[in-house]
Ligand binder design. Structure first.
Ligand code: SF4
Length: 445
């Protein structure tokens, strides 16, 4: 069970040295209890206290690492029921299904297509992580061959789907280096599946017909020394499955039930007869509370919106996405190129820089720290005031890069012209377009 702030305080050094960033050990203890601080921030915790506190401050839903390489990812590690309470940490992992009876050439073509599904958005590379290999006919060699081909010839990590322990052993032997997720231990095979997972140090999914059934199985498997489990409460009916996901999250977070303190796996691929419905069900799990979602295929028209939804749900709502303050050269600018200035809200940056790139006009883009606010909001909040912008232009170093003295400010910040002029005497301050879409025309004029 989680410790209270006072219980944590009793285990701290009580020197109030402030090295953790807060004035007192008591304040640190309170932050630790509410999940706002990390234990590692205090360098003076004794080993004995660290053991007790690590246990108590461990996330109520265990983070599980799946895979290896560039698409290695963590699922779980969540600490809140609702995103606005703090943030969700581990984006839902997306998988596509292949049967073990697929021909090698067909699989090669699929992997090539799937690998191309990568999208740049606000400076991030959005892409799916997993391929789920499902035993189609009990043929261990065929299962192993498909798992091996996915693991060795693609960046994708692997979920091995079979309840047959001999087939699972063959699959694990073929791709253990990719740290596959084994799916699934059931009431019938838990001992043998648990032994394979333990021997190979692999994460293991647990499947039961109900949450009660899951609890009994996870207690058995954790008793065998397994820690990295993933839960499948069994239902393939959307409403029941949705309720199960919520019940598991609540039991782990609100009741401190460690037997269900693991991420979940969901199978929209088994719950719909067409791509549209499957995509809607997958979208539901991204919002609540699928740790891994298995689709029947990756298709651009369903994958892209799911990746965007995932990006939005798993972005910290209390921390706007930002880019670093500084000078960004676009289209190889020189000393005669124009200088545009805007705020460091990531979306603003990527939209503005995208339009400048599209214009093909060499341009210097100055990004001023506005604490992640967009132009109008930053101006209204006093984070993009004229004197600030003027001082930033002076300090930015742009003066050494151009031989003219003109900057272009965003149309929505037209009101700051006078103050910028006062801060930058002798400079010409031009008001640019309000909408980013008009930037190319403005630059080319
Ligand atoms: S760093 Fe540790 S000892 Fe120092 S004030 Fe913070 S909690 Fe107390």
């Amino acid at each position: 069970m989680a410790l209270t702030g006072i219980q944590i305080f009793k285990l701290l050094p009580k020197t109030n040295c402030k090295e953790c960033g807060v004035p007192t050990c008591l304040a640190f203890a309170m932050n630790l209890a509410s999940g706002k601080a990390e234990l590692d921030s205090c360098p003076y915790v004794s080993e004995e206290a660290r053991t007790q506190l690590s246990e108590a401050s461990a996330p109520p839903i265990r983070p599980i690492v799946v895979g290896n390489g560039v698409r290695k990812a963590t699922t779980g590690g969540e600490t809140v029921q609702y995103r606005h309470e703090k943030t969700f940490y581990s984006p839902t992992l997306l998988a596509a299904l292949v049967g073990s009876d697929i021909a090698a050439a067909d699989l090669e073509a699929k992997l090539k297509d799937w690998n191309a599904f990568q999208y740049e958005r606000v400076g991030l590379n959005l892409r799916p992580e997993l391929v789920a290999v499902k035993d189609a006919n009990g043929n261990a060699d065929a299962f192993a061959a498909v798992a091996k081909q996915v693991a060795e010839t693609s960046e994708f990590n692997v979920i091995l789907i079979t309840e047959d322990t001999d087939v699972m052993k063959a699959g694990v032997a073929a791709c253990a280096f990719k740290r596959p997720l084994m799916y699934a231990a059931t009431e019938a095979n838990a001992d043998a599946m648990g032994a394979i997972a333990k021997e190979n140090d692999l994460p293991l999914a647990v499947k039961a017909a109900s949450i009660d059934g899951l609890t009994a199985l996870t207690e058995k498997l954790t008793g065998m020394g397994l820690k990295d489990l993933v839960l499948d409460p069994g239902s393939r009916e959307p409403k029941q499955s949705h309720q199960d996901m919520i019940a598991i999250r609540r039991a782990a977070l609100k009741n401190g039930n460690r037997a269900v303190g693991f991420p979940t796996i969901a199978f929209p691929c088994e719950m719909a007869s067409n791509l549209d419905v499957e995509t809607m069900i997958a979208a539901m799990y991204i919002a609540k509370y699928g740790g891994i979602v298995v689709l029947s295929d990756f298709a651009g028209e369903s994958l892209f919106p799911l990746l965007l939804e995932r990006l939005n749900i798993f972005t910290d709502p209390q921390r706007p996405m930002t880019v670093t303050e500084g000078i960004y050269p676009i289209n190889n600018p020189d000393e005669n190129s124009r200088v545009l200035v805007t705020t460091n809200f990531a979306l603003t940056y990527f939209i503005v820089s995208g339009e400048i790139e599209a214009s093909k006009v060499p341009t210097w883009l100055l990004i001023k720290d506005s604490e992640g606010l967009s132009v109008l909001t930053a101006w209204a909040a006093g984070k993009f005031a004229g004197d600030d912008v003027g001082m930033f232009v002076k300090k930015s170093g742009i003066i050494d890069k151009v031989k003219h003295q003109e900057i272009v400010i965003p149309g929505y910040a037209a009101a700051i012209v006078g103050d910028v002029e006062e801060e930058l005497p002798g400079w010409t301050i031009t008001v640019g377009p309000r909408e980013a879409a008009h930037i190319p025309g403005f630059l080319r004029a």
